[in-house]
Structure formats: structure tokens, C-alpha cells
Design a protein around this ligand. Structure first.
Ligand code: GAP
Length: 460
């Protein structure tokens, strides 16, 4: 029987396990730490890579209609004028004059009055906060500055001269790298509509209120697909790309009960979107966006056509003419996926009267697929175990462990979600068989050493 843990208690346990077992560390910890910035340790980097590899396999490699891209983080500044990010990628922030805390004005209003202020200007938000005498959540005073707009893009300078002509931005989404390469891909590959361009890469947003561990951070990784279609076929493809990620998440172990769709009301759509649906996940701190699917129409390509003067079109064989396609975009943050899979996987149960913590990750996501233990440090057992380990590690991530009791070694692997542990015992010397223990069921199979490889390959 597993224990029911939720909310803040669950988040605290996940954060502690991530630190303890090398999944996620606070950034620059030796200098006191960078607030809300996180580094992925040896286990975290494996989990993250597995997520990215599976996404790439299912969204690019296995599909005939998607190609990949890896574009630069710092792009021509004109990009952000065309995309609308320089003028519209803003949040309204407000400061408490007493304690100097800074907040997003919409969050302050939504939390205090439980009303939605999407679409309101910064002046309207200032008025609501002042009129309703909303208190500062930190110090309780009612002494606010006016709300003012704050662009979320990180600004820096390229080259040695720090003047306005050398200002550049860290990309706030990977998507624009795809749009500015649209012509290159159409000209140099054999794509024809409908087709997608996919990219995994870092994005940066100077979020006013980052938080909830790796949920909202300023530097994160996105996996984005821009799927170009004929205008008129966009709604059909929008439905398709609404369903595909949902099935992907469920196949990888997220429970249907913890996932739901949120369709954005038409009046609240982003400037580029004709329709947006979020896939929400039930995080310990509430239902929050995991994956956004948007029908971006021809907004981006037209904006880049206008600003660059280049022809960003593709030939429509049916019409016999060049057209500007529509685009449907499923976009997800890798860090949010890492958190969702950890939340879903974290389990506590009782085994032989003792508490155990394990990560119930699907084997394809698990950082380590198998661990090999000699029962004792007796030379013959170590030799056989090392030999099995050396053969398996060329196929997938495997660990060798001969320190401490077998029970302790199992617990160490359970905590990082290793699905299979292989023990070499004294009988192995004569029968050339080992015991393979299943992380979830704790059942043990005794099988020939020569069959271990296939046994594992069938299951991971
Ligand atoms: N190109 C579209 C786009 O960027 P978005 O809804 O702003 O749309 C897409 O972001 C996804 O990126 C989100 O669903 C989320 O998973 C992730 N994401 C956005 N901001 C994030 C942040 N500050 N920290 C972590 N992940 C974030």
C-alpha cells in the first residue's frame, strides 16, 4: 500500500529527494545560491535527456512530416520587432513601497479578489488595487506604486561597444528560430505541406515571480514544433496536435486524472493566436499549464515577410501557386515535464515493515535502467557482476554497487527509480543464473546470465 502524500508536503519531499540523490541542485549554492535557478545533477540530466530523446523520437524521427532544427539563442533584434515580443511581451509589475517587495499586478488582484484581469491595462490594474485597498501579501500594508509594464526579454550587448546599436536579446521562445529559417528549410529539403519543423533549446524570460521549484524559472528548455499547414486545414490539424501530446503524456505514465484541457476564451487569446488550448497538470500547488497548443495562423510568417522583405512561402501543388501557410504549434517546457514526471512517480510504501521511497518512473524515463550487485565482495561474485555490468553499460545506463547490505542497495536504486536490480549470489557460481528484482512489484526472477540482456531490452 502506498501512502497518500500531497500538496506542500509532497513538493518538499520531491525537492529534498532531488537534492539528496543528485537530480536537481540549487544553482551557485557555494555562494549562497541563485534564487529560483536550478542545476541538473547526474540523475536529473539523465531524466531530462530521456524526456528530450523520447520527444525527438516521437515528434521528429518517427514521423515523415517533421524535420529538426537547432538555431541560435541570440537572434537578429529585428526578429523581436516582427514577432511582437518587443512591444507585447510584457507583464505589469507593482511594488510595495513599505517592504519593497515586487509582484505581478495581475497575480495580486487575482489572489485577493478572485477575478480574472487578463486584457486589462496597467492603469486599470493600478486602479483596481488602489480602489479595493488590497494588502501587500508580505507586510500587509496598503502603499503601492503604480503598476508599470516590464518586458520579459533579457537584454544584453553583442560585441565590445555597449550602445543601442549593439542591443540583442536572449530568445524568449525557440519558435522564432524556426520561422526565420522557414525559407532555408523549404529551399534545402524536400518538405511539402503539411510539414513540421521541431526544435529543442533554451529559452529565457525575466519572470517577475518565478517559483514552485523548476515550474517557473527564468532559464528553461522548450520543445517546440511548428507544424505548417494549408489555410483551411488548420482547425483539423489543431485538433490533431491537441490530442497527440495528451496521448504522449499518458503513455509516458502521467495519470489521466491529473491531466485536463483548458481552452482559452477567444477574447483572451495571445496576439498571434486564433485558438489556444493548454494541457494542464495537477501539480501539488494546483492545476497549471504544462503544454500549450496554439493555432498561430500566418501571423509570424507574414510579420517576418513584412519586416525582412523576403518571400516566406511554399508551393501549394493543388492550387498551383505559392502560399503563406498557417502554423499549429504544440510547445512544452522540459523542466515542467521533469517536475510532472517526478510528482507522478514519487511513492512511499512499507516493505518488510520499513518505509521505502521509490520513483515509479516508466523504465524508458528512468535515469538508470539496471543496477548490478554482487551479494558480497567475494572475488568470484565481483568478477561475474562486473562482467555483467560491463556488458550492459554499453547498451543503456547501468550502475554497479557492492557497498552496504543488499537491502540498502535496493533502497538507493528505488529512490532514483531504477526499474531492475540484478544480484549475483553464491549459487550463480554453479548455475550461472542471477536474480532480477522488479522495483514496483518486488518480484524476483531467476534467469540465465546469458538471457539478462534480452530480458532487460524487452522491458525498458
Ligand atoms: N512558442 C510559444 C510559447 O513559448 P508559452 O505558453 O509561453 O508559449 C510554452 O510557453 C511552454 O513553455 C509552456 O507551456 C511551459 O511548459 C514552458 N514555459 C513557459 N514559461 C516557462 C517558465 N518561465 N519556466 C518554465 N517553463 C516555461
Amino acid at each position: 500500500m502506498s501512502k497518500n502524500i500531497a500538496g506542500e508536503e509532497l513538493m518538499n519531499k520531491i525537492v529534498a529527494l532531488c537534492k539528496r540523490r543528485g537530480f536537481i541542485y540549487q544553482n551557485s549554492e557555494i555562494y549562497g545560491g541563485m534564487a529560483n535557478t536550478w542545476d541538473y545533477g547526474p540523475m536529473g540530466v539523465e531524466l531530462k535527456r530521456n524526456i528530450k530523446d523520447i520527444w525527438w523520437k516521437n515528434f521528429v524521427q518517427e514521423r515523415d512530416d517533421v524535420v529538426g532544427l537547432d538555431s541560435a539563442i541570440i537572434m537578429h533584434p529585428e526578429t523581436w520587432k516582427a514577432s511582437g515580443h518587443l512591444s507585447s511581451f510584457n507583464d505589469a509589475l507593482i511594488d510595495c513601497k513599505t517592504c519593497k517587495s515586487r509582484f505581478r499586478a495581475d497575480h495580486i488582484i487575482e489572489d485577493a479578489l478572485n477575478i480574472d484581469v487578463e486584457g486589462k491595462t496597467e492603469d486599470e490594474m493600478t486602479e483596481i488595487i488602489h480602489e479595493n485597498k488590497i494588502k501587500c501579501p508580505v507586510c500587509g500594508s496598503i502603499d503601492w506604486t503604480d503598476a508599470r509594464l516590464f518586458n520579459l526579454m533579457f537584454k544584453t550587448f553583442q560585441g565590445v561597444v555597449e550602445d543601442s546599436s549593439s542591443v540583442v536579446y536572449l530568445r524568449p521562445e525557440t519558435a522564432q528560430g524556426i520561422f526565420v529559417n522557414f525559407k532555408n528549410i523549404v529551399d534545402t529539403t524536400r518538405v511539402s505541406l503539411p510539414f513540421g519543423i521541431a526544435q529543442i533549446g533554451k529559452a529565457f524570460r525575466n519572470e517577475i515571480t518565478p517559483g514552485n521549484f523548476i515550474f517557473r524559472v527564468r532559464e528553461f528548455e522548450q520543445m517546440e514544433l511548428e507544424f505548417f499547414v494549408k489555410p483551411g486545414e488548420d482547425e483539423e490539424w489543431f485538433d490533431y496536435w491537441r490530442n497527440y501530446p495528451m496521448e504522449w503524456l499518458i503513455n509516458l505514465g502521467l495519470s489521466k486524472d491529473n491531466l485536463k484541457y483548458y481552452d482559452h476564451p477567444v477574447e483572451k487569446l495571445a496576439h498571434y493566436s486564433k485558438g489556444t488550448t493548454d494541457i494542464l497538470y495537477k501539480f501539488p500547488f494546483g492545476w497549471e499549464e504544462l503544454w500549450g497548443i496554439a493555432n498561430r495562423t500566418d501571423f509570424d510568417l507574414n510579420a517576418h515577410i513584412e519586416r525582412s522583405g523576403k518571400k516566406l512561402t511554399v508551393f501549394d501543388h493543388e492550387k498551383g501557386e505559392h502560399i503563406v501557410p498557417y502554423v499549429v504549434e504544440p510547445s512544452v517546457g522540459v523542466d515542467r515535464l521533469v517536475l510532472a514526471f517526478l510528482v507522478e512517480a514519487y511513492t512511499e510504501d512499507i516493505v518488510d515493515g520499513a518505509e521505502r521511497v521509490y520513483l515509479n518512473l516508466k523504465p524508458e524515463l528512468a535515469p538508470v535502467k539496471a543496477a548490478v550487485f554482487p551479494l558480497t565482495k567475494k572475488e568470484q561474485l565481483v568478477e561475474i557482476a562486473r562482467d555483467i555490468y560491463n556488458r550492459l553499460k554499453t547498451l543503456f545506463n547501468t550502475e554497479y554497487d557492492d557497498s552496504g547490505s543488499i537491502g540498502k542497495r535496493y533502497r538507493r536504486q528505488d529512490e532514483i527509480g531504477t526499474p531492475y536490480c540484478i544480484t549475483v549470489d553464491f549459487d550463480t557460481i554453479d548455475d550461472r543464473k542471477v536474480t532480477i528484482r522488479d522495483r514496483n512489484t518486488l518480484e524476483q526472477d531467476r534467469i540465465d546470465i546469458e538471457k539478462v540482456r534480452d530480458y532487460l531490452l524487452e522491458r525498458i
